[in-house]
Design a protein around this ligand. Structure first.
Ligand SMILES: [Fe+2]
Ligand SMILES: [Fe+2]
Length: 292
């Protein structure tokens, strides 16, 4: 189990180094996937602070001190995620201009509205729905890491894989908080459907705008590649999403992938190496070799 036998999460400092950016594509061989990931990354500095704010509102009502401590670690991991994504997103802005400003403005409005207008019950259901989806996406990205990341920019790939290893690591917290304070199948499924529909819709709008900016949206070769990529994603993701609908679903029933465990061991011995994975050797969790 990630995080050790006690289930504790690890707060990690990640020294990603992006270098000078000449293109919005961090994966030259997969420009469409580059923009899907960029669109998702742009959401993180809005989505993850909303998750943290929701959890902090819930915290005074939690009577289990172990769960309260896990909630604090969860908030620590999510805070590290959105700060790292903000640094990454800053590298996109010079090339993304008003396209990125418009995407961010939409996300800022969405999450301000959810936080202010919706009940804590709804927001806890959204948080649990998002986390269950993120666990499914994490398993997909780790299982298919060579398909998605082979030959890509190391820092961007390492950012995404670090983020999802930690999504796997804190898989139980939002579920346990939801069950502790809200509970019920209807609310859990409503949160899953709403959060999944919302983030997929906004990510689609984001990558569509970015691909338009790059002149790829009306390029048939690019659209065919995008269709093939989306077919691969949904073929992998659909069974992982369907199991969340089981009335007895619990994230702890889903075993952690071996590679995620190997990544955690790599980070424990070589934090710098975990931030600069060798995307030519993703079968292992291995850093780019240092020049001699
Ligand atoms: Fe996160
Ligand atoms: Fe998360």
């Amino acid at each position: 189990m990630l995080g050790g036998e006690t289930g504790r999460m690890t707060l990690r400092r990640m020294p990603f180094a992006y270098g000078e950016r000449r293109s919005l594509d961090w994966h030259e061989g997969a420009r469409e996937f580059s923009q899907i990931v960029n669109a998702a990354s742009l959401a993180m500095p809005y989505l993850e602070p909303y998750l943290i704010a929701t959890m902090r509102k819930a915290r005074p009502a939690i009577s289990d001190p172990t769960l309260a401590a896990e909630l604090d670690l969860y908030c620590g991991q999510e805070a590290a995620h959105y700060r790292q994504h903000r640094l990454y997103n800053d590298t996109l802005k010079e090339l993304g201009g008003e396209t990125i400003e418009a995407i961010e403005a939409t996300l800022a409005t969405d999450y301000a509205r959810l936080g202010e207008k919706k009940s804590l019950k709804f927001n806890l259901a959204y948080a649990e729905g998002f986390e269950s989806m993120a666990l499914a996406i994490g398993h997909m990205l780790v299982e298919d890491r060579e398909y998605f990341f082979a030959g890509s920019d190391s820092a961007a790939a390492s950012l995404v894989l670090w983020h999802f290893v930690e999504e796997i690591e804190h898989k139980r917290v939002a579920f346990d908080v939801f069950e502790h304070l809200v509970g019920g199948y209807f609310w859990r499924v409503w949160g899953l459907l709403y959060a999944t529909g919302h983030i997929f819709w906004r990510t689609r709008g984001g990558y569509q705008a970015l691909l338009k900016r790059q002149g790829l949206w009306r390029n048939w070769g690019s659209r065919l590649k995008l269709a093939g990529l989306l077919a691969h994603i949904f073929a992998s993701l659909t069974p992982k999403m369907l199991r969340i609908l089981h009335p007895r679903y619990h994230p702890m029933k889903i075993a952690d992938p071996d590679w995620a465990l190997a990544w955690a061991r790599l980070h424990a011995s070589d934090a710098l190496g975990a931030a600069r994975l060798d995307t030519g050797r993703l079968g292992a969790a291995a850093p780019i070799p240092c020049p001699i």
